[in-house]
Design a protein around this ligand. Structure first.
Ligand SMILES: Cc1cc2nc3c(=O)[nH]c(=O)nc-3n(C[C@H](O)[C@H](O)[C@H](O)COP(=O)(O)OP(=O)(O)OC[C@H]3O[C@@H](n4cnc5c(N)ncnc54)[C@H](O)[C@@H]3O)c2cc1C
Length: 471
């Protein structure tokens, strides 16, 4: 029997997509890489995922696990012709308010979980700006963050257990409801493993109580330096707000034009700070935010009057990448991280790089944890443009690493930053990571050629690269 014949036998014809257009649509994600899809399958249970893995392995076919395809690092774009396992049909949710947890299928959309639990007084804390589309499976695979992860931590802080299907087709539970399950903490190894170690089929997540009070403060500054100094100054005074987000003027103007969030477009940079918790603490922390902003020459300051205004401000922040579509058909970004103390110097270097390469760069970032998102808006149909963008962004990555930073704060490495890994890791580090991968998946079945560069000890060498990948 053929591979597709086997898959149809497991799932039926409606959940096996092999038409050219269907395969094309699943060949990319939110990034710029595109690869070849052999067939797309839509399992609904862990047992079906297991049968699919066993069939693909028998036919020697690599597998790319996929959520909503909103990833920005090419993680869900096949690097070699692959079976794409789309988990979006696995949307089961079992809420346990007594334990403040929920078992969720990998296809559950992030925001849907919070919508479902909100009236009971809870939410799922990681809130990527893509939360109305991205899946919990993708969040766990990428250890995703979001504006409100500054105080609450990224996805890994909210996962108690993960069920995975291994490369042998075994269904395994890692972690458990207890805070400290017995044995090695393999749950933490799988969170953030970008689909390399197994296919996530269920996750036990923590539910976070909704804060009693929230204050959202929008501050405008005449310089990026003042905005960054305010953000660092707040943390230096011992307050870790729920969120501390900065946007430069180009991004603010694009967002205003797009959704009209009420951002001051004359400011060189804006800071969106949110404090949340007990009303007495919120009052004191909001006063401190205002005080630090004043010390750093704030030019405008507004506190959201109610939930409607607050929602509008966050709509503005979370629409930032979408707003860029008004400027150019494509965008490319790295989510590098630098120590907070290096933010000003690094931002200056990043703007210089953009100027030297003559690219249109906009900035929006999680200032509280130094997680930058320098974004270049461009037109990939113009010959040579993508190469220029790649060259500029490699320089950006180098500058951030030299500043003592990291390659990714939340979007992952995928294909896009795979070949930059040696900037951060030496041969021994890469070999250790490759050996860990081999322990889970000796044949390199899952997401081959991702994350670890050729020569890390991968078995993936010598296969063709997908369109858009850059070496
Ligand atoms: C407009 C926009 C805003 C964004 N904002 C943020 C942000 O604020 N913070 C942030 O962290 N990210 C952000 N992202 C990136 C992206 O949304 C996140 O990485 C998200 O978690 C990806 O989820 P997904 O369901 O789309 O996964 P996909 O893109 O489908 O997959 C991502 C990776 O996870 C793997 N994977 C997916 N599902 C599984 C599974 N069940 N088992 C094993 N592996 C799996 C894939 O192989 C791939 O490597 C943004 C993206 C966009 C387009």
């Amino acid at each position: 029997m053929t591979l597709i014949g086997d898959l149809v036998e497991i799932l039926g014809p409606d959940r096996v997509l092999s038409e050219p257009l269907e395969r094309y649509l699943y060949g990319t994600d939110g990034g710029v890489a595109r690869g070849e899809v052999i067939v797309v399958v839509l399992p609904e249970t862990a047992s079906e995922v297991s049968d699919v893995v066993i069939a693909a392995k028998r036919h020697g076919s690599p597998i790319v696990p996929r959520g909503a395809g909103t990833g920005l690092a090419g993680g869900a774009a096949p690097a070699v012709p692959s079976v794409v396992v789309s988990l979006t049909n696995m949307k089961n949710i079992e809420i346990d308010l007594g334990n403040r947890t929920a078992w969720v299928g990998p296809g559950v959309i992030n925001l849907d979980l919070s919508k479902l639990t909100r009236s009971s007084g809870f939410h799922f804390a990681p809130d990527p700006s893509s939360q109305s589309a991205c899946t919990i499976g993708g969040n766990v695979a990428n250890n995703s963050g979001g504006p409100h992860c500054l105080a609450e931590g990224t996805t890994t802080s909210h996962v108690l257990a993960v069920e995975i299907v291994t490369a042998d087709g075994e269904i395994v539970l890692l972690g458990g409801p207890a805070p400290d399950p017995i044995g090695l903490d393999l749950r933490s190894v799988v969170v953030g493993s970008e689909g390399l170690l197994g296919i996530i089929t269920r996750t036990l997540v923590k539910l976070t109580p909704n804060p009693l009070d929230v204050r959202t403060i929008l501050a405008g500054f005449a310089t990026m330096e003042d905005a960054v100094a305010t953000s660092s100054g707040i943390v230096a005074r011992g307050v870790v707000p729920a969120a501390l987000e900065i946007m430069d003027q180009k991004m603010t103007r694009a967002v205003e034009n797009f959704v009209g969030a009420g951002f001051p477009t004359d400011a060189a940079a804006i800071l969106l700070a949110e404090v949340a918790g007990h009303p007495a603490a919120v009052e004191a922390e909001a006063r401190l935010v205002e005080q630090v902003a004043n010390e750093n020459h704030v030019t405008s300051l507004r506190v959201a009057a109610d939930g409607v205004e607050r929602a509008k401000l966050w709509l503005g922040r979370k629409s930032a990448f979408g707003a860029v579509a008004q400027l150019a058909p494509d965008y490319y970004l790295h989510d590098t991280v630098v120590p907070r103390t290096q933010l000003v110097a690094t931002m200056q270097k990043i703007y210089e790089i953009a100027e030297r390469h003559d690219v249109l760069m906009l900035n929006v970032f999680h200032a509280g944890d130094g997680n930058l998102h320098p974004l270049v808006a461009f037109d990939a149909s113009v010959e040579g443009q993508l190469d220029i963008v790649h060259a500029a962004m490699e320089e950006v990555a180098r500058v951030c690493i030299e500043a003592g930073g990291a390659l990714s704060g939340e979007h992952g490495i995928g294909l896009e930053k795979r070949d930059l890994m040696p900037l951060l890791y030496n041969e021994a580090d890469l070999d250790a990571q490759a050996r860990l991968r081999e322990a889970f998946d000796p044949d390199g079945l899952f997401n081959p050629q991702k994350v670890l560069p050729a020569g890390s000890r991968c078995a993936d060498l010598g296969r063709p690269l997908p369109t858009g990948a850059w070496l």
